[in-house]
Design a binder for this molecule. Structure first.
Ligand code: ARG
Length: 471
């Protein structure tokens, strides 16, 4: 049986909710992290209320001082959070009003419905900016690792079968490109998050002549020309969580990119590949097998994609079929949003810290990339240069590979006579094709893994990222 709390919520209720109800409905345990944004929102709202005469100067001064005092206590950990006050908004406003009578005027023309939309948008804007900064650091870590080992080649794979030789740096730069698109999506998401819902009230605005542009401007909801960006439909504004879905979806794809990078690192650090060694600090041992060095950080970066994608599914499912406008279901959005941001930001930082500890194992890379079959496509291109249509060249080289297999020789160990059994276009110069240096030198179109092109890309990224990352 639940005990009745003696807290009266408003004039409408005779008794307060029971303990179990309080525990079930509270959000203060997780939404208190919005406190700073909640206070900034209240200061801006109060400033606007004073400008239209709802508060006088003295009252505004007292409210601001009271809110700043509360901010200080929250920071020190001395603020008396109360579960029975449900959420961050009521805790702060309730305590303010207990201390300052004018606090009772603060909620004029405001509802927790537009307040939570405001706080979460402000919080998310900051998260996006910080995440983008951290992603820049990660991009630079990938570029620097590529630059450090710029001469190392590895096989590039399709179907996890050896395909063609690439520079190790080229492989890493693929992830730099992916992250660049993720950053672009985050910037788009920022634009739609950066719209001020305050003034929408519970769902139908207010009868009072509030100045929505002023509050929006005070809180930085402005376009590049400094014009206020405010929501245009009060019902939409209090029920819209698209900005959260966009963020969680962008974060989901980002987490998928992390998981793919992690998988490459895990494969490369296995004895089967042995292309890299990950620093001790980012690996763990086995409690049973003394020889083990496991890439747990990379494995968790791969695994955490599951929860980030799961958060997106939770949010979408939460929103599906919700009638207009605000429904309490929406309180469930925050933990998914917070967990998503926390998970991708922690993963970004850890992967960025792990990358510089990676050592490339030159001998096994060189060994893997010396497989002459990796240059079979180059042999076909050789025939194309001699005038053969590519489809035919592909067929001829297939026959050469089959012959090599049959007589148990490597491709470059065949004699010119062997080559010529498949096509008269083969000449002595076919053996030059098996020179890896030449193979790299002849792949310098934009986006290809040629030596000049990879160097150009490394330089381009270093320059571009230098603008964002200092030190
Ligand atoms: N804690 C609530 C949430 O997170 C704030 C809005 C509550 N509004 C209401 N009418 N109960 O969604």
């Amino acid at each position: 049986m639940s005990k009745r709390k003696p807290v009266s919520r408003s004039g409408r209720f005779a008794t307060g909710p029971g303990d179990d109800v309080v525990r079930y409905t509270e959000s203060i345990s997780f939404d208190r992290r919005l406190w700073w944004h909640d206070i900034q929102g209240s200061i801006a709202h109060a400033t606007m209320l004073q400008s239209i005469g709802v508060l006088n100067k003295k009252e505004l001064g007292a409210i601001k001082r009271g809110l700043k005092q509360i901010a200080g206590e929250i920071e020190d950990g001395t603020f008396p959070w109360k579960e029975e006050l449900e959420d961050v908004h009521m805790n702060i406003e309730g305590e303010l009003t207990r201390r300052i009578p004018a606090g009772a005027k603060l909620h004029t023309s405001r509802s927790r419905n537009d307040q939570i939309a405001l706080d979460s948008r402000m919080w998310l804007r900051d998260e996006i900016v910080d995440l983008i900064g951290e992603l820049r650091v990660l991009q630079l870590a990938l570029v620097e690792l590529g630059a450090k080992y710029s001469r190392e080649r590895i096989p590039g794979y399709t179907h996890l079968q050896r395909g063609q030789p690439v520079f190790f740096a080229h492989h890493l730069l693929a992830y730099v490109e992916m992250l660049e698109r993720d950053i672009g999506r985050l910037q788009d998401c920022f634009e739609r998050t950066n719209v001020c819902p305050l003034g929408s009230g519970a769902l139908a605005g207010t009868t009072l002549p509030i100045d929505r542009e002023m509050t929006a401007t005070l809180l930085g909801f402005v376009d590049e020309k400094g014009r206020a960006r405010i929501s245009q439909n009060s019902m939409d504004a209090v029920s819209d969580r698209d900005y959260m879905v966009e963020f969680c979806s962008t974060a989901g794809l980002l987490a998928v990119h992390f998981s793919r990078l992690a998988e490459d690192l895990i494969l490369w650090s296995s004895s089967e590949f042995a292309f890299i060694r990950i620093g001790d600090a980012y690996t763990t041992g086995s409690s049973l097998m003394p020889q083990k060095k496991n890439p747990d950080i990379a494995e968790l970066a791969r695994g955490k994609a599951g929860r980030v994608v799961g958060n997106l599914m939770s949010l979408l499912t939460l929103l599906k079929g919700l009638p207009m406008t605000y429904n309490r279901d929406l309180q469930e959005d925050k933990e998914r949003l917070f967990d998503t941001a926390d998970t991708v930001r922690r993963t970004t930082r850890l992967v960025a810290a792990m990358l510089p500890t990676i050592e490339v194992l030159s001998d096994s890379c060189a060994d893997a990339v010396s497989d002459p079959l990796l240059l079979a496509t180059d042999v076909a291109d050789y025939l194309v240069c001699k005038g053969m249509p590519f489809r035919e060249a592909h067929h001829v080289v297939g026959a050469v590979v089959a012959l090599a297999e049959k007589i148990e020789k490597e491709l470059h160990e065949l004699s010119l006579g062997d080559f010529r059994t498949t096509s008269g276009l083969f000449d002595q110069d076919v053996f030059d094709v098996f020179d890896l240096k030449k193979a790299s030198a002849s792949r310098n179109i934009t986006g290809a893994p040629g030596d000049r092109e990879v160097k150009r890309q490394l330089n381009r990224w270093r320059k571009a990222l230098g603008k964002f990352v200092s030190g």
